[in-house]
Design a protein around this ligand. Structure first.
Ligand code: G3H
Ligand code: 13P
Ligand code: ZN
Length: 306
């Protein structure tokens, strides 16, 4: 069955590495990232956003993730990403997710605490752990968006964790969702992260962490994508963030670009071939490659003993 997200993260915190959270929307993505975990013997977290559930349905994604986790013999957790709708959060708890995120970061401090506490009570009754968010991560994807970045206040983070009892905390230190993270130089507020870390013992989560690798972007653009102006978080900043105390790192955009680049390439080279398997298998392979690079970067390769 699924692994306990909190246990995976507590172990990572002790070992000073980060666990990869990969957003998944279909079978090929799940197979690609799990194949990477298997090759590198790494623990991973499969995450479904509300948008993913709207697209594929919770029953389908849960069933595919369960099959992948059981066949892998690795600690693989299933997580609800950016839960905003209480009914979806309750459904995920009911369904047997390992963990849920309550994202009330757009609310004021007191309301965020109230909502988070409510979900913590519901989830803990079933032994499920809870990620919450304080501060706002910028950028926009399907159902997750925020216009601006509001850095997490370290003192407030301490109070938030104490009052809510959340199990891990997403913080805002300058990253944003999607492929357009920085207009100019890529910079993160590592100083804020260090301050939060000195006050909070709860594992810390970095959203909007995709690297948007130039090689991938080049391939996608070679076959017709227009990705001008994209910029991700440099690997060097990720390494410093892990050293400064980040334990869970979310990646969605890199997986999306890998999918896009591989599908475009396959269609370009096989104009007479309309077999979906010949179009999607290369996407699955490239996703595996990208996931392996992320796992290696996070230092979690070889950490997948149950
Ligand atoms: O953090 C957001 C995730 O990348 C999910 O985005 O709402 O487009 O599925 P989505
Ligand atoms: P990216 O858009 O940088 O991949 O971030 C994904 C994320 O934070 C999902 O919660
Ligand atoms: Zn996110």
């Amino acid at each position: 069955m699924f692994a306990d997200t909190k246990k995976i993260l507590m172990k990572a915190q002790q070992g000073k590495y980060a666990v990869a959270h990969f957003n998944v929307n279909n079978m090929e993505i799940i197979q690609g990232v799990v194949a990477a975990a298997q090759k590198l013997k790494a623990p991973i977290i499969l995450a479904t956003s509300e948008g993913a559930l709207r697209y594929a349905g919770m029953d389908y994604l849960h069933a595919i993730a369960k099959t992948a986790a059981e066949n892998s013999h690795l600690p693989i957790a299933l997580h609800l990403d950016h839960g905003k709708d209480i009914n979806i959060i309750k459904k995920a708890i009911q369904k047997g997710y390992s963990s849920v995120m309550i994202d009330a970061s757009h609310e004021d401090f007191e309301k965020n605490i109230r909502l988070t506490k409510k979900i913590v009570a519901l989830a803990h009754k079933k032994g499920i752990s809870v990620e919450a968010e304080l501060g706002t991560i910028g950028g926009a994807e399907d159902l997750v968006s925020s216009r601006s970045i509001i850095y997490t206040d370290p003192a407030k983070a301490k109070e938030f964790v104490e009052r809510t009892g959340c199990d891990f905390l997403a913080i805002a230190i300058g990253t944003s969702h999607g492929a357009y993270k920085f207009a100019g130089k890529a910079s993160l507020r590592q100083d804020i992260l260090s301050k939060i870390k000195s006050k909070v013992k709860t594992p810390l989560v970095l959203h909007g962490a995709s690297g948007v690798p130039p090689g991938l972007v080049k391939t996608a653009e070679k076959y017709g994508a227009d990705l001008s102006g994209v910029k991700g978080v440099p690997d060097s900043q990720i390494k410093v963030a892990i050293k400064n105390g980040i334990t869970k790192i979310n990646t969605d955009t890199d997986i999306r670009i890998a999918f896009d680049a591989a599908v475009r390439k396959a269609l370009h080279h096989q104009p007479k071939d309309f077999d979906p398997r010949h179009i999607l298998a290369p996407a699955r392979d490239l996703i595996q490659e990208v996931a392996e690079q992320r796992i290696r970067l996070f230092g979690s390769a070889g950490r997948g003993k149950k």
